[in-house]
Design a protein around this ligand. Structure first.
Ligand SMILES: *Cc1c(COP(=O)(O)O)cnc(C)c1O
Length: 434
């Protein structure tokens, strides 16, 4: 399969290049030149298949030309060592729980898949050198990437994070791992971390010294595998006879997750329509209303993983529908919620059903409460476990959220980090010594 850039000015890439590079030379996002439709027979029998079987079928449609069947099978099965179940919350509202992975957020699926695919390609290179993944994080991405790559041979990960600015629960998920993961605690803010990473990629001497790559969420190997769990959600709903008028609602920030769902739809997944649920960062919502895409600086909210003022994957959605506002609005609607509304939603849902929403999932749930039409069945993604936001959730609901064992285990580990100034010269000197 060939991949082109959404900016249209970069050379066509193969999957290997798209995965190793992440972003195209013209800073556009890679798109597959074709989206293969899955046969009707697959959808007719999907409810009889396991999550892993479904995922392997979907993965083959995207990656089958470029990855040996056995290797792809291993990558898929090794990635999906946990379930993504669909659970009824109330009436015709269901939640697709995406927090059963190692770091309790949906990013585990994409990060684990990407790590394994990257390893597969690196092994094919002649006299392959160790690859170094640099990732800047404000919290959640670092933990998913670090855990996704943990113990993967031939890859070393450097996670750069702002000192004192990530929650203790988030911090322990990437500072206690050891092995091939190094946490770098930068005396600065998130933007400083990102600047260090960008400077490193542009530094000729450093690139001569070591092989550098990113594990950014725009990477095709991180975003496409997210389609797997939408197919599985459909299968599990079909099993219950509830799949005829499905509405899929995705709490969105950078729009990678919903973009994967839309790719699934293009492959024939029978979802009737989609809702993109936003917090107060309402750029996509406004685009749907006005047809104008106007990025803004991000606003800090309770659902902080969705605080994005210029969602990268908008370019992919725009491209997927031939830049047609009419096509986009005929399939996707939007919703936007303030912090006050998020809190109110969490309380209402807990009272009505006993289900504990996290602030991100709360946007998805509320968008279904507000937008579901008679006869439709809604599924929203619960993108993270509420315990990841324990302080906030406890305060809003007046409860003591139980911390799952795998999260508690991170908190028992010993923190290991390298202190770093925000000065690129210091970071470069450190990397040159590795
Ligand atoms: C990353 C993240 C989101 C946003 O997903 P996008 O793919 O960026 O739209 C939503 N919720 C949680 C918990 C996240 O970590």
């Amino acid at each position: 399969m060939k991949y082109y850039s959404t900016n249209g000015k970069a050379p066509i890439a193969d999957l290997h290049k798209a995965v190793v590079k992440g972003l195209a030379e013209d800073r556009g996002l890679y798109m597959p030149e074709r989206i293969n439709k899955l046969p009707q027979e697959f959808f007719d029998n999907i409810e009889k298949m396991s999550f892993q079987e479904i995922a392997y079928t979907v993965a083959s449609a995207f990656f089958g030309e470029d990855v040996e069947p056995e290797a792809l099978h291993d990558i898929v099965y090794d990635t999906l060592q946990f379930d993504c179940p669909v659970v009824n919350v109330k009436d015709d509202i269901y939640t697709l729980e995406l927090f059963h992975g190692p770091t309790l957020a949906f990013k585990d699926v994409g990060a684990r898949f990407m790590a394994r695919l990257l390893q597969y390609f690196i092994k094919q290179e002649n006299n392959h050198k160790e690859v170094n993944v640099l990732v800047a994080t404000s919290g959640d991405t670092g933990s998913a990437v670090a855990n996704g790559f943990l113990g993967v041979d031939g890859i070393h990960v450097y996670v750069l994070y702002p000192k004192g600015k990530v929650s203790p629960i988030q911090e322990c998920q990437f500072t206690t791992l050891g092995k091939n993961i190094t946490a770098i605690e930068v005396d600065g803010v998130f933007d400083d971390c990102q600047a260090l990473v960008k400077n490193a990629f542009m530094d000729a001497e450093l690139n001569e010294h070591m092989k550098l790559t990113s594990a950014n969420s725009i990477n095709v190997a991180r975003f496409l595998p997210q389609a797997f769990y939408y197919f599985n959600a459909y299968a599990r709903m079909k099993e219950q006879g509830k799949a005829d008028n499905l509405v899929m609602c995705v709490p969105s920030g950078n729009f990678g997750n919903i973009c994967a769902a839309l790719f699934g739809h293009q492959m024939g997944l029978p979802i009737k329509r989609f809702i993109a649920a936003n917090n107060a960062n309402d750029i996509f919502y406004n685009y749907l209303q006005t047809g104008k895409y106007e990025p803004k600086p991000s606003k800090q909210t309770l659902a902080n993983a969705m605080d994005v003022g210029d969602p990268s994957n908008f370019a992919r959605i725009y491209d997927l529908y031939g830049k047609s506002h009419a096509k986009i609005t005929s399939l996707i609607s939007g919703a936007t919620y303030s912090d006050e509304q998020i809190k109110e939603t969490m309380r209402e849902c807990y009272k009505a059903s006993g289900y504990i929403l996290d602030p991100h999932g709360a946007c998805g749930y509320q968008a279904l409460v507000d937008g579901l039409q008679p006869g439709e069945v809604g599924v929203f993604c619960e993108t993270a476990h509420p315990a990841k936001f324990k302080e906030k959730v406890d305060e809003i609901l007046g409860i003591d959220v139980e911390i799952p064992e795998r999260l508690a285990n991170f908190m028992k580990g010993t923190k290991q980090s390298v202190e770093m100034s925000k000065d690129f010269a210091d970071f470069k000197a450190y990397l040159l010594k590795q």
